[in-house]
Design a protein around this ligand. Structure first.
Ligand code: NAI
Length: 762
């Protein structure tokens, strides 16, 4: 289908000649009403004439198009937009194109040379865009183009003024892309090269003739079309070629050590590493960029002995030689139809779809368990804290991200029974900023192998131990074919999706508790990555295997970004023989959340459904999120409200109150919690210990290490403890900055949080 601009109102600045003229003609030809703005200045910004704009308007009208002229300078931004409103009643598209040159070697650049360039390019684009902004915001549609230049991106002799203004436009566009996104205002930047009066002084005539503006215009039209979802992009374009640019950053190097001055000599000594682009990363947001700095802060400050030779993400005591092949844990999992149905509901199945009944009703003649339920019996390996005690794996469980998942079924899953899962460390990879653990889990029913899972777990900050980067044991992700998907399913998650999914056994409060999620840097609790995984898998099963679980063989996904409960998942699928490639996006933000994914089926996949896109649910609100993954920070969240003053140890009063609660509710707490918590509160070089025993008898609170051995111990100063308890100190910050330390089974901190939150409102 050709791209039409019928009904759209487009303003092109500096459209009296060169590239702007070409854009104006092309938009008009496709039905847009065009405002042809041009001051009619000479290339240096002098003079003024209406002739240039008039001529282009005449050209458009002669071809039956709609256009009006505007002769104001872009420095009168409001007037340009007023012409659009007066003539056509709205403004949809703005192409900031007007430009002049005042090239001088830097030393000879006058104030006027500098100011004029900034005024026309940077300030002019700002003023016209600001005048258009609220109109676009109110109508919830806008497409804006900024015009930069290779001179801005790379620098060019004699163009200091122009380079500065042109790169300024990229910065302007980056922020407009963020601010405009939720209003469907997208802003992109192009760096064109074309023959025009601006370039005829620097290019040979045959090149001026060959590099036609018409080889640039199609990119501008696509970026300005309502169907184009590109936002915040930067493109070089010339001669019919178009390429996209992005930032790249080296792994970098931490040259600071705790309690030591950072020196220029340390910078000098590690210069090669600082500048080494091997394994470069590509941060794409300020949050992402800052995240690694925060990690460095916590690592350096928490570790007084961190050597100056550690990588940006810190040192590591990983020992693959010791760890690989080690058994992590063996767990058993008993279940019946209740767990199968709960899981099916957790991954979005609904009685609204009659096909789903076989997974939701135990008396259905084909009652079955969803194939991806196969991850559930094996997930204890990540949940029970046993990873941190494997020899050679020096893992901080709070730094663990679930990166990828592979699941292979050796037979269809039963709908009840007892399964035994055995987890082994298959490999440990050194990715510089972190380590990747490959955990293989075989799940058996008796002696029969039912399924195999490979968890790929990223441990932030555990890299740099000199290990290998890749492994033949890793089940690799595979990019989708380079064509439009064969089927697309859009399916809403509900506001309570995570609340429902966690009932299948992943109790991480990150997915339900707003304060815990905030500790992980999220605005709201996020959906389990394995929940989106379940959604995507059942989309494939329905579209390409008639919902028949016995045809499911394997699935692989990479978790890229989090999903918020309530957002819609858009699963895009490509059929290639027995394999269905897939990619999952959040519909509202167009952000890819599952990538490099595929489902392998027994027998060739069915033909793609006739209707390409199936919408299964309503759409929901959108949010921007920083790069974070599932299973993030599992710190401690203490939610006790208290106001205590005086006394030698303020925390004494908090524990006294906890003791009173245990006296009245002890047996119930023991039944629910079944763990012993140690607290070490420090003040003036002394340590006071408390033990909250909710494992034995009807529970007890001891001053000192009494009771059973603590399963998890928290260490904080009296002051910091009170700050956290009173909500003045964010527990995550306290944890990262070393103010709150946790030893032992970190996962149990979740239970502590439950006790304190529900039973100790002081
Ligand atoms: P051009 O000189 O043919 O067109 C620029 C137009 O802007 C002229 O018609 C001029 O009258 C108008 N203009 C100047 N000041 C104005 C103002 N204050 N208000 C309204 N209109 C004004 O130049 P060309 O090559 O078509 O350039 C278009 C844009 O592309 C410029 O922003 C330029 O910096 C940029 N660019 C062009 C490259 C090329 O190879 N042609 C390379 C990189 C960037």
């Amino acid at each position: 289908m050709s791209l039409s601009f019928e009904g759209r109102v487009v303003l092109v600045t500096g459209a009296g000649g060169g590239l702007g003229r070409e854009y104006a003609l092309a938009f008009a030809e496709r039905g847009a009403s065009v405002i042809v703005n041009d001051l009619g200045a000479d290339t240096k910004g002098g003079g003024k004439s209406s002739a240039a704009a008039d001529k282009v308007v005449e050209e458009i009208r002669a071809k039956g198009g709609k256009a009006v002229a505007n002769y104001d300078s872009v420095e009168d931004g409001e007037k340009l937009i007023q012409t659009a409103l007066d003539s056509f009643g709205r403004i949809d598209v703005l192409v900031n194109n007007a430009g002049i040159l005042r090239d001088r070697s830097f030393a000879r650049t006058s104030d006027l040379d500098w100011d004029l360039i900034q005024r026309v390019h940077l300030r002019g684009s700002f003023l016209v865009t600001r005048a258009a902004w609220n109109h676009m915001k109110n109508q919830k549609f806008g497409r804006i183009i900024m015009t930069t230049s290779a001179a801005g991106i790379y620098g060019n002799f004699g163009q200091a003024n122009y380079s500065a203004a042109k790169l300024g436009l990229v910065g302007l566009a980056n922020t407009l892309a963020i601010e405009g996104h939720k209003y469907n205002i997208y802003c992109n930047t192009i760096a064109p090269v074309a023959g025009s009066r601006l370039t005829e002084t620097v290019m040979p005539p045959d090149m001026v003739a060959a590099l036609k503006p018409e080889y640039v215009a199609p990119l501008v039209l696509w970026l300005c079309h309502e169907r184009c979802q590109e936002n915040g992009g930067l493109f070089e374009v010339a001669a019919g070629w178009i390429g996209k640019l992005r930032w790249e950053r080296t792994q970098g190097h931490t040259v600071r050590q705790k309690n030591k001055a950072m020196t220029p000599e340390a910078v000098r000594d590690h210069w090669d590493k600082i500048c080494d682009f091997t394994d470069a990363t590509r941060p794409s947001s300020t949050q992402e960029s800052l995240q690694s700095m925060v990690t460095v802060l916590s690592q350096v400050d928490a570790n007084p002995t961190a050597a100056a030779t550690t990588s940006a993400a810190g040192g590591s005591a990983m020992n693959p030689a010791l760890a690989v092949g080690q058994k992590v844990s063996t767990s058993t999992f008993s279940f019946d139809h209740v767990q199968c149905i709960l899981y099916a509901l957790g991954v979005g199945m609904s009685t609204k779809d009659p096909d789903h009944l076989r997974f939701l009703y135990e008396n259905h003649s084909d009652f079955s368990c969803l194939p991806t339920f196969g991850v559930i019996p094996s997930q204890a390996v990540l949940m029970d804290g046993s990873l941190s005690s494997v020899p050679g794996l020096n893992i901080d469980l709070t730094q663990v991200l679930h990166g990828e998942q592979y699941l292979e079924l050796h037979k269809p899953l039963p709908t009840s029974g007892t399964l035994r899962s055995e987890a082994t460390v298959a490999d440990v990879l050194d990715k510089g900023s972190g380590a990747v653990l490959l955990l293989d889990v075989n799940t058996y029913s008796g002696d029969e192998l039912v399924c195999f899972n490979q968890f790929s777990v990223f441990v932030v900050g555990a890299g740099g131990f000199g290990g290998k980067r890749s492994s033949e044991k890793a089940k690799a992700t595979v990019p989708p074919p380079n064509r439009a998907p064969d089927a697309v399913v859009i399916d809403s998650t509900t506001r309570d999706q995570a609340a429902l999914y966690r009932l299948s056994g992943d109790w991480n409060p990150l997915h339900i508790d707003p304060s815990f999620a905030a500790m992980g840097g999220f605005k709201n609790p996020i959906l389990h990555g394995l929940c989106s995984f379940g959604f995507a898998a059942r989309h494939v099963l329905k579209q390409f295997a008639g919902n028949d679980p016995s045809r499911f063989k394997a699935i692989k996904v990479r978790f890229v970004k989090p999903v918020l409960p309530g957002q819609s998942l858009q699963t895009e699928m490509w059929k290639e023989g027995n394999r269905v490639h897939l990619q999952c996006k959040v519909k509202e933000t167009d952000v890819v959340v599952l990538a490099g994914a595929y489902v392998d089926l027994h027998g060739a996949a069915d033909a793609p459904p006739e209707s390409l896109t199936q919408v299964l649910g309503a759409e929901n609100t959108l949010h921007h999120l920083r790069r974070q993954d599932d299973l993030f920070v599992m710190g401690v969240c203490v939610c006790v409200c208290v106001c205590v003053q005086g006394g030698s140890l303020q925390s004494e009063l908090v524990f006294a109150e906890i003791g009173r609660r245990i006296e009245s509710l002890g047996s119930e707490l023991v039944r629910k919690v079944n763990a012993v918590f140690g607290w070490e509160i420090t003040k003036d070089g002394k340590t006071a210990q408390w033990t909250i025993d909710l494992k034995n008898g009807s529970g007890s609170l001891h001053r000192g290490p009494g009771g059973g051995k603590a399963d998890v111990t928290f260490v904080a100063s009296d002051e910091d403890f009170m700050e956290v308890v009173q909500g003045k100190l964010n527990p995550q910050k306290a944890f990262f900055s070393g103010k709150l330390k946790i030893r032992g089974n970190v996962m149990l901190s979740q239970k502590l949080e439950v006790i304190l939150k529900d039973y100790a409102k002081l």
